[in-house]
Design a protein around this ligand. Sequence first.
Ligand SMILES: C[S@@+](CC[C@H](N)C(=O)[O-])C[C@H]1O[C@@H](n2cnc3c(N)ncnc32)[C@H](O)[C@@H]1O
Length: 246
Amino acid sequence: MSGWLAVAGLGPGAEALVTPEVTSALADATDVVGYGPYVARVATRAGLALHASDNRVELARARNALELAAAGRRVAVVSSGDPGVFAMASAVFEAVEGGPAGWRDLDIRVLPGITAMLAAAARAGAPLGHDFCAINLSDNLKPWAGIERRIRLAVEADFAVAFYNPRSIARPEGFGRALEILRGACGDARPVIFARAVSTPDEALRVVPLSEAEAGMADMLTVVIVGSSATRMVGRFVYTPRSACA
Ligand SMILES: C[S@@+](CC[C@H](N)C(=O)[O-])C[C@H]1O[C@@H](n2cnc3c(N)ncnc32)[C@H](O)[C@@H]1O
């Protein structure tokens, strides 16, 4: 029996938002590899080995998964949301690049999932209806100066911006700094969406003008969407018109 490796996106939380393709891969897998809380979302069953690891060991986890697949196991590497968005798919290919030549011929598939910003945008209305970008505010793997530069350029280009990983206990200050930059460049009225734990029982959605946005409104379970200059409210919904361009 030949092994395979599927890098699978579990979506933002709700079972209904897991794609049938991912459900089918999980049903065929012999091994599930991932960050502990994501592995915990996979139902256990006889014959399924769960390999949960810490958040900061992505490359080691990817290598472990590739070794298992090379040994003939059917391996699902799980991420929340989409595995290609600030998640494990890149780590797997980085491990392939630095690993044995034989890993390049393995049966590797990336199975998409619904990423947090799309689930959050759908809850709020259509804030990403025109051009947008996504910025990861974690400076674990890149310098903060580069993050600030990207924020400034995103505002200059008039993108709506989705911010992932806005604020953690280890990084309490970055998001406040990001808000300062945005306030300096965007004016006060820009709608800001704080979408927390979207599609889970703890879901909370809050929309405030940029002038009222505070760093404490976000944590690591929150994705923050800041509108472009054209983004506006209609009733309780936030949307960006399809014709927008500054
Ligand atoms: C390491 S990134 C992983 C992103 C994931 N691969 C995705 O596509 O959504 C983790 C960040 O995603 C966002 N996130 C993930 N799930 C979320 C949810 N259900 N609601 C709101 N934000 C979420 C948060 O910003 C969190 O800090």
